[in-house]
Design a protein around this ligand. Structure first.
Ligand code: HEC
Length: 371
């Protein structure tokens, strides 16, 4: 089959009003996809899945970095369980799907289409990963069969179905109203088009700010996003890969921002960009450094940032996953209380447990620098 293929990936904000009960306004993202026409792309090649342990180990690392956030082996997550997948589906189909999920779905492929209908979200394309490495991932997947013993091992002690009762419909309905749309930050034709992660009001002014993992902090003015701070422009070592969680992780405004101009950001930089405050033995690779920065705006009411900054904390991490994804101030703390102006920093394990270094988060790594 042939034809045109088109997709839309537009995060939007919607206030939501419930028909019964009090009126709430909250905001979330809608990721919409529209497919038109279809295109097929069979390779016709035969691909044998390698079985040697070196390839399986390298496949495991690639899987952890790129796939584990959505896929497991015992039960469905954001994506379907991949336990037993190499027994259920031919290697050629798997390679084709992993490289271009959108194309395979749009081609009308039955399996892909029904998965998309079930999971209602689109898997990103991995055509940038060389075929040799994708075969290594398949080699790793092949070590996870669908047998019961395998499942039991994966989910030892977990509850298979925590809520066995059927969930009743509440009768509430939600009306969705488009509020705004963010400009794409991906290169043309690349997916996802934006990587919006957080929205927060700045205390005092009530202005709404939103960040894109690829580096921009937007301030909404009459619902139109304008770039307030361009992190890559100000931090030359900024990176937003590998993985789906790297880049501009989070931001938080000091409760007195409108008076003191202070706010905070976290982002990733290339390994070795600066001296890390938390390190571990140098036999273990560093894949990214997470950096916490304090910014001081010279005019807190301005629509574009200008002012100064200082680095507060730098952490070495073994992978791009599970980083410093959230920082915040207690929004309910009152002036004078111990919590007022106290910055909370959520630090993940950098996936060091999955990568085989559980002692890094447990031992707290080695703190070498400032408090
Ligand atoms: C952001 C989430 C996400 C990531 C990351 C992701 N997937 Fe998926 N994957 C999905 C979803 C969702 C589906 C179901 C199809 C759809 O809706 O696109 C899927 C489907 C699949 C399927 C088809 C399963 C079947 O039963 O036929 C395979 C195979 C697969 N993914 C492998 C991978 C591999 C390998 C990686 C890493 C290189 C990966 N995925 C990364 C979300 C993801």
């Amino acid at each position: 089959m042939s034809g045109s293929y088109k997709k839309h990936f537009m995060p939007r904000f919607f206030p939501v009003r419930f028909k019964s009960g009090p009126t709430f306004v909250f905001v979330f993202f809608l990721f919409g996809y529209v497919f038109q026409g279809c295109r097929s792309g069979t390779t016709g090649e035969k691909n044998a899945i390698p079985t040697d342990s070196a390839t399986i180990t390298s496949g495991r690392m690639i899987f952890i970095r790129n796939c584990a956030s959505c896929h497991g082996f015992g039960q469905d997550g954001i994506g379907p369980t991949l336990g037993g997948i190499t027994e259920a589906v031919a290697a050629n189909w798997l390679l084709r799907f992993i490289k271009h999920p959108q194309q395979v779905i749009a081609s009308g492929d039955k399996r892909a289409d029904s998965l998309f209908k079930r999971f209602k979200s689109l898997m990103p394309s991995f055509d940038a990963i060389p075929e040799k490495d994708l075969l290594a991932v398949l080699a790793f997947l092949k070590t996870h069969g669908s047998s019961r013993a395998d499942l039991l091992q994966e989910h030892d002690g977990n509850i298979a179905d925590p809520i066995p009762e059927k969930i009743k419909f509440s009768g509430l309905t939600a009306n969705l109203v488009p509020v705004t749309q963010f400009p794409p930050s991906a290169a043309p034709g690349k997916f996802p088009k934006t990587r919006i992660t957080k929205l927060a009001f700045s205390p005092g002014s009530g202005d709404l700010f939103v960040n894109d993992l690829r580096g921009k902090l937007y301030k909404l003015k009459n619902n139109v996003p304008r770039v307030y701070l361009d992190l890559p422009g100000l931090k030359p070592q900024f990176i937003d890969e590998p993985g789906l969680a790297t880049g501009f992780g989070s931001f938080a405004f000091h409760p007195d921002f409108i008076k003191n101009g202070l706010f905070y950001t976290t982002h990733t930089e290339k390994p070795g960009s600066g001296k890390s405050d938390f390190t571990y033995p140098d036999s273990i690779k560093v894949e990214v450094q997470w950096v916490l920065t304090e910014w001081k705006a010279s005019n807190p009411a301005a629509d574009t940032f200008s002012g100064t900054s200082r680095e507060l904390l730098r952490i070495n991490m073994v992978s791009g996953a599970h980083g410093v994804q959230e920082i915040t101030f207690d929004p309910l703390a009152k002036p004078g209380s111990a919590d007022y102006g106290l910055l909370y920093i959520g630090v993940g394990d950098g996936a060091s447990v999955q990568e085989g270094y559980p002692f890094i988060p447990h031992a707290g790594g080695k703190q070498t620098g400032n408090e």
